[in-house]
Ligand binder design. Structure first.
Ligand code: GDP
Length: 458
């Protein structure tokens, strides 16, 4: 059982308006009280109330910070333990000082994700919900955020529980049949097993179909914008970036910092590849031999191929078309506002009608068509489906696939009249694998691994 009290800075490092230190555990209120001075003692405060006061060093009497302290007593807290949140001024030094005092008074510094881990261990959330908390923190688009939020509320867990319940019923049915064989006709049981397996398999299939979409929402569609100079690549980038504030993440550690830029098209995040290159007017068509552009092209899930509608296709573009034939390409025929010279029919013939989008980036025409084209490629057009349960976690996908193959085996076995106690084993396996998704039967090391992905203080 968890006994110690943990503390950590819950807000990002660096300067900010305020910073919050979170303390959780049996001793949370008592430890905080030793460093707090205000009108009342924290131990006398009612749950879910806030007090103004000061943090001081009990040894020296030195006043360290002016704070607001929130007291939340178990069990109605994130961790289901007593939780104290101390809001200080945002500077790094003062926050660190307050944290050090709490540690001196007996709190232990929390590991990354330990607050969420406690919420899980104390039964407030299940594992798939805890993992959704990671997704919430990392969500790069509004839609990804909504999906994660839905999962953190337990939508996937509910569907998994329904599935498991069906399997338990099936196992019970088989059990009865094993114990009292005279009550049933063997063939009927086999038909029953096959029927139940078919239903469960269909449900797992449905969840797995959402997996690809979930991945896209989480990680974005890796997208390369290609085209010769002056066709409108930068204009396209700017138009996309205006749709929703672009998020730029810098990944250090390479020779030159690689910039990943996210833009959104109707809520679908696109992760643009090598956009710095485009900004520097690197011409991907001319440099097609250059490894970097090759890599960008081969890595991309989606290629936005921009051409100038006011001119006929050029030699380099014809070569590129040959290379792109088998890929996920959307051709953007730009400059629709000018007299058109391009071989539109040829492009439609090669890439298909829905994949050729006519736009004028200058006059903001055609954005909706581009959105539709992207949605039709990656979401079969059904982006606005109300059901936001996407299986997006690799661990969940793996377990769903395992459960799927166990149930397929059960089905096959029933078909060939294998003894039902053997079939029972497959069904039980499927039931256990599904259980691992919600954390019913997972090992400590897996739990540690999952929670270590969190940031400090969460
Ligand atoms: P890039 O070299 O491919 O990145 O192309 P840019 O986005 O820099 O655009 C090249 C030139 O074409 C700029 O002068 C743009 O203003 C112009 N341009 C971009 N889109 C359009 C359009 O739809 N119509 C017209 N007439 N000009 C455009």
């Amino acid at each position: 059982m968890i006994e110690d009290t943990i503390a950590a800075i819950a807000t990002p490092m660096g300067e900010g308006g305020i910073a919050v230190i979170r303390v959780s555990g049996d001793e949370a209120v008592a430890i905080s009280d030793r460093v707090y001075r205000g009108k009342t003692k924290l131990t006398d405060m009612e749950s879910h109330t806030v007090r103004y006061g000061f943090i001081h060093n009990p040894k020296t009497g030195e006043r360290v910070e002016e704070v607001l302290v929130t007291i939340m007593r178990a069990p109605k807290t994130f961790t289901r333990e007593d939780v104290v949140e101390i809001s200080c001024h945002g500077g790094f030094v003062s926050v660190k000082k307050v944290l050090d005092l709490l540690l001196e008074q007996g709190a232990r510094i929390a590991e990354p994700g330990e607050f969420t881990k406690r919420a899980f261990l104390n039964g407030r959330i299940d594992l798939s919900q805890a993992e959704a908390v990671i997704d919430l923190i990392r969500a790069k688009s509004d839609r990804a955020f909504k999906v994660a939020l839905k999962q953190s509320e337990g939508s996937l867990s509910r569907q998994i529980k329904v599935l498991r319940h069906q399997l338990v019923e099936l196992m019970a049915h088989i059990e009865v049949n094993i114990d009292y064989p005279e009550h049933d006709v063997e063939e009927m049981t086999n038909a029953f097993i096959k029927d139940k397996c078919t239903n469960a398999l269909a449900e797992i299939d449905r969840l797995l179909v959402t997996a690809q979409q979930g991945k896209i929402l989480r990680e974005g569609i890796t997208t390369a914008i290609v085209g010769r100079p002056n066709v409108g690549k930068s204009s396209l980038m700017n138009t996309l970036a205006q749709e929703e504030k672009a998020i730029v993440t810098e990944i250090a550690g390479t020779t030159r910092d690689v910039i990943e830029e996210y833009v959104h098209v109707n809520g679908i995040p696109l992760k643009l590849l090598d956009t710095a290159g485009i900004r520097e007017t690197t011409d991907l068509v001319e440099q097609i031999g250059v490894e970097r552009s090759r890599n960008a092209l081969s890595e991309a899930d989606l290629i936005l191929f921009v051409v100038n509608g006011a001119e006929p296709l050029q030699q380099g573009e014809h070569e590129l078309i040959e290379q792109l034939r088998e890929r996920q390409v959307i051709v953007i025929v730009n400059k629709l506002d000018l007299p058109q010279e391009i071989e539109l029919n040829y492009l439609v013939e090669v890439f298909g009608d829905e994949r050729v989008v006519r736009m004028s980036l200058l006059e903001n025409q055609g954005i909706t068509d581009l959105e539709k084209a992207i949605a039709s490629i990656f979401f079969s057009g059904q982006l606005e489906s109300g059901d936001l349960t996407y299986v997006s976690n690799v661990r969940h996908i793996h377990l769903l696939k395992q459960a799927h193959s166990a149930l397929s085996e059960a089905y096959e076995a029933a078909e060939s009249f294998v003894p039902i106690d053997m079939i029972q084993i497959d069904i039980r396996n499927a039931w256990e694998q599904l259980g691992e998704i919600i954390g019913d039967s997972v090992s400590d090391s897996l739990i540690d691994q999952i929670f270590s992905q969190f940031c400090l203080g969460k």
